[in-house]
Design a protein around this ligand. Structure first.
Ligand code: NDP
Length: 341
C-alpha cells in the first residue's frame, strides 16, 4: 500500500514537487512550500511598499559583490531581481577580488552616508585578504539588512525589535504560517553558525520553544535530534539527517543547500524519487539539503530542497529592507501592515 497524504487543500502546502513510485515507500509528511509562503510575504510587502511610495519613500538595497564567485553572483542577481519585482531600488556594487579591506571599508562608508540606500548587504564569502568581521561591523546597524552586526545580534539576544538574520527569520515565518506549534515544543537546532544556528535558536527561544543547539561535538547526536518536535538542520552536510534521526511526526526544516555531482550518491539519495534521479542524470548535478529526502516518510511536516527555506531568505531580505526604510525614516513612514519577524 502506498500512503500519500500530502495535503493540497491549503495554500502553503504543496504536493506536486515530491513524487514517488516505490510501492514500499510512504509519503506521510505535509510538505511546507517556501515558494507559497514567499508569495504571501511578497503580497504583503507590495501593500507596504505602495504606502511608502505614497509618502514619497522608495526603499533601496545596495548589494556589494566582491570578485566573481559564480555562486555569489547567482545569489546577488536573485536579490537584485527580487528588488525589481517588488519595486524597490537596488544598487549593485561590484569591486574586484583584489580590493583591500581599507578600500572596501571606504565603499561601506559611502553607502552608510547615502540617503537613498536603506539596506546594505555584503555578499559572503569575501576574498581571504579581506577582514570580513571588520567590514560587516562597518555597516551602519540601521542599514544592516542581513542582521549580522553585533548591535543587531545584541538586540536579538535581548528580544528587542531589530533587523534579524534573514534565513532564521524565514524559518520562523514557515513555522508560524504553517501553524506548527512552537510554544513548549522541543526544538533542536543542528548547527551553531553566527548566520543560521545561533540566531535560529534565539528566535525559537523567544517563541517559547525549549531549545537545544547541537553541533559537531554533540554526543549521541541521533538521540538528541530524535527528542525534537521541531528540527532545524543547518550543517552543510548533504542528506546527513536520515529518517532514524527523526521522531515520527516531527516538523523538519531543512536549511541546507548542497550541490551533489556524484552519480552513486544521487542513486542512493533518490532511490525513492525516480523523477529526481532522472533529473540528476539529465543535468549531472542536483541540489540537496542537509536532510535525507526519505525523511518525508517519517516527519509530520517537511520543507523540500529546493523550494523550502531558500525562497524565504530572499523574502526576508526584502522585508528587512522595507523595515529598515521605515525604521530609519521614523514618523514619516507608514506602519507595517503585517507582523513579520
Ligand atoms: P557553517 O559551516 O557555518 O556551520 C555548520 C554548523 O554545522 C557548525 O555549527 C558545525 O558544528 C555543524 N556541523 C557540521 N558538521 C556536523 C556534523 N557532522 N554533526 C553535527 N553538526 C555538524 O554553515 P552555515 O550555518 O553557514 O550553513 C549551513 C547550511 O545551510 C549550508 O548547507 C548552507 O549552504 C545552508 N544555508 C542555506 C541558506 C538558505 O537560504 N537556505 C542560507 C545560509 C546557509 P561546529 O560549530 O562544531 O563546527
Amino acid at each position: 500500500m502506498v500512503v500519500a497524504s500530502v495535503c493540497t487543500d491549503f495554500a502553503i502546502m504543496s504536493g506536486p514537487e515530491i513524487t514517488h513510485h516505490n510501492e514500499e515507500f510512504f509519503l506521510s509528511a505535509r510538505i511546507l512550500s517556501g515558494n507559497a509562503i514567499r508569495d504571501q510575504i511578497y503580497a504583503e510587502l507590495a501593500g507596504e511598499i505602495a504606502s511608502l511610495a505614497a509618502a514619497g519613500i522608495k526603499p533601496g538595497l545596495a548589494a556589494v559583490l566582491v570578485g566573481d564567485n559564480p555562486a555569489s553572483k547567482v545569489y546577488v542577481n536573485s536579490k537584485i531581481a527580487a528588488c525589481g519585482k517588488l519595486g524597490l531600488a537596488s544598487f549593485h556594487i561590484t569591486p574586484p577580488a583584489t580590493i583591500t579591506t581599507e578600500e572596501l571599508l571606504g565603499i561601506i562608508k559611502d553607502l552608510n552616508a547615502r540617503d537613498d540606500v536603506d539596506g546594505i548587504l555584503v555578499q559572503l564569502p569575501l576574498p581571504p585578504q579581506i577582514d570580513a568581521k571588520k567590514v560587516l561591523e562597518a555597516v551602519d546597524p540601521a542599514k544592516d539588512v542581513d542582521g549580522f552586526h553585533p548591535m543587531n545580534v545584541g538586540h536579538l539576544v535581548a528580544g528587542r525589535p531589530a533587523l534579524v538574520a534573514c534565513t532564521p527569520a524565514g524559518v520562523m515565518e514557515i513555522l508560524r504560517r504553517s501553524n506548527i506549534p512552537i510554544e513548549g515544543a522541543n526544538a533542536v537546532v543542528l548547527g551553531r553558525s553566527d548566520i543560521v544556528g545561533k540566531p535560529q535558536a534565539l528566535l525559537l527561544l523567544h517563541a517559547h520553544a525549549c531549545v537545544t543547539i547541537a553541533h559537531s561535538k554533540t554526543k549521541d547526536l541521533k538521540d538528541v535530534v530524535r527528542r525534537a518536535d521541531i528540527v532545524v538542520a543547518a550543517i552543510g552536510r548533504p542528506a546527513m539527517v536520515t529518517p532514524d534521526f527523526i521522531r515520527p511526526g516531527a516538523t523538519v526544516i531543512d536549511v541546507g543547500i548542497n550541490r551533489i555531482n556524484d552519480a552513486k550518491q544521487a542513486e542512493s539519495l533518490f532511490a525513492n524519487f525516480p523523477e529526481r534521479l532522472a533529473e540528476f542524470q539529465k543535468k549531472g548535478t542536483a541540489i540537496v539539503g542537509d536532510v535525507h529526502p526519505d525523511v518525508v516518510s517519517v516527519a509530520g511536516a517537511f520543507t523540500p530542497v529546493p523550494g523550502g527555506v531558500g525562497p524565504l531568505t530572499i523574502a526576508m531580505l526584502m522585508s528587512n529592507t522595507v523595515k529598515a526604510a521605515r525604521m530609519r525614516r521614523g514618523a514619516r513612514a507608514p506602519a507595517a501592515a503585517a507582523s513579520r519577524s
